[in-house]
Design a protein around this ligand. Structure first.
Ligand code: 5AD
Ligand code: SF4
Length: 426
């Protein structure tokens, strides 16, 4: 989401006549896009701003964008007086106006209002990847997970109209992109604000029908809003990739209730069951938080047990990190850092063993990959499967494969990737 915000900000600046340079040294205007989902994000930002000032200070204009900007607001001007612009993502629609104010020499320009119905829709997005393009379908979040700062930094949910999403998808296909990734904090609660009234499952199905688009992914889902119609739509169209990221956060219903996640372990497992009994084989991945306040050893063991039960293909795991404004800040029984670390390692070890087994099961199969890169040193091409695995492979051709879709036979596997050779199609 943040990477795509940067793409949109860069596109807006280019459309206003700015040029992009390679390093902060060369820049007259330095915009620092920030994330505050975990850890000491604020501290990192201030350290980096200090460093920018030292290394590249003279005559430059500095701005802070994103969630730390939203969270810290005008305090940033006090702690870092060389900063002239502080703007959160809900204000990026006003970016051209804010740039005019900066150009006029205004020293303190802010965009901090969360009170907007608008989404940051820009035709000027400057995309980093030549084959895969992100499309934001919904911004903000209306849930209130007790650990999460996002509702405070990105504001309430706003969905784009289906017409605007479809137009962007068609434009991308015409420009030669073949993979689209639909983005939102909670894509499942997408609701078309126009009279067409599409929900997420309908939108997903329609984007997958755009001629020229070969793969569609989406992230991220909230289990509560992950309805069966989504699985049915995926089953019906193989352009929709064989992958669902369904963050669970904890395997214990008690902890899920404290987190205000709005589902129990059993309700989550019901969604996993839909996926496992579907017509196609889906790769399932998740996010886990360990050491939420009050998480007991028994609760934690339920998370490990859930990993065994679901058999995820991959996961992201995090130590609970207290965030400003959130409900969890006031919760008793914090888990100590050593214990959080122990639980994190335990999750990662348990999952590693599962991935080794699951990836080994793919040896001998043929997978279609999108060729995304080349590792010259190893003489390998880097591909990605529909299930979102990295599959490095050899091919007699030393060039010209980037962006192509090829069948590859898996010959070896590790915990995090596969190795193979391309299959000659006769
Ligand atoms: N502490 C730890 N992990 C968090 N996440 C979100 N907020 C926190 C927090 N305060 C994790 C969740 C979420 C992912 C994007 O980041 O697992 O799904
Ligand atoms: Fe945060 Fe929960 Fe919203 Fe996800 S659904 S962004 S975890 S509040």
């Amino acid at each position: 989401m943040n990477a795509h915000d940067s793409e949109k900000v860069i596109g807006t600046l280019l459309a206003e006549g700015y040029q992009q340079v390679e390093t902060p040294d060369e820049a007259h205007l330095v915009l620092y896009n920030t994330c505050s989902i975990r850890d000491k994000a604020e501290q990192k930002v201030f350290n980096r701003l200090q460093q920018f000032k030292r290394d590249a200070g003279k005559g430059k204009v500095f701005g802070v964008l994103g969630c730390v900007a939203q969270q810290e607001g005008e305090k940033i001007f006090e702690r870092a007086p060389h900063v002239s612009l502080v703007a959160g993502s809900a204000s990026y629609t006003k970016l051209p106006e804010m740039l005019v104010q900066l150009e006029a020499g205004n020293r303190h320009v802010t965009g901090l209002s969360l009170d907007t119905d608008e989404t940051f829709d820009t035709p000027f997005t400057r995309r980093d990847n030549p084959h895969r393009a992100y499309i934001t379908i919904i911004e903000g979040c209306d849930k209130s997970c007790a650990y999460c700062v996002v509702p405070f930094t990105r504001g309430p949910e706003r969905s784009r109209t289906s017409a605007s999403v479809m137009a962007e998808a068609q434009r991308l296909a015409e420009q030669g992109y073949t993979e689209i990734q639909l983005l939102g904090q909670n894509v499942n609660s997408y609701r078309d604000p126009s009279p067409a009234g599409w929900d997420f499952a309908i939108l997903l199905g329609r984007v997958a029908e755009v001629p020229g688009i070969r793969r569609v992914r989406y992230t991220t889902s909230h289990p509560r809003d992950f309805v069966r119609a989504i699985v049915e739509t995926m089953d019906a169209n193989p352009v929709l990739c064989d992958h669902v990221h369904l963050p669970v956060q904890s395997g214990a219903s008690r902890v899920l209730a404290a987190m205000d996640r709005l589902y129990t372990r059993e309700e989550y497992l019901k969604r996993i069951e839909w996926l496992k009994s579907a017509r196609r084989n889906y790769s399932i991945t998740t996010d886990i938080i360990v050491g939420f306040p009050g998480e007991t050893e028994k609760d934690f063991e339920q998370t490990l047990d859930l990993l065994d039960q679901v058999q995820y293909d991959s996961l992201f795991s995090f130590k609970y990190s207290p965030r400003p404004h959130t409900a969890a800040l006031a919760m008793p029984d914090p888990v100590g850092d050593d214990e959080k670390q122990r639980r994190l390692v335990a999750v990662q070890e348990r999952q590693r063993a599962i991935q080794i087994r699951r990836n080994a099961d793919l040896i001998g199969t043929v997978q279609e990959v999108l060729v995304e890169g080349r590792n010259q040193a190893l003489g390998q091409w880097i591909g990605r499967t529909s299930s979102n695995r990295t599959l490095n492979f050899t091919d007699p051709r030393g060039e010209g494969l980037l962006g192509k879709y090829l069948p590859v036979r898996v010959t070896r596997s590790g915990p995090n990737s596969l190795v193979g050779e391309s299959v000659t199609v006769v």
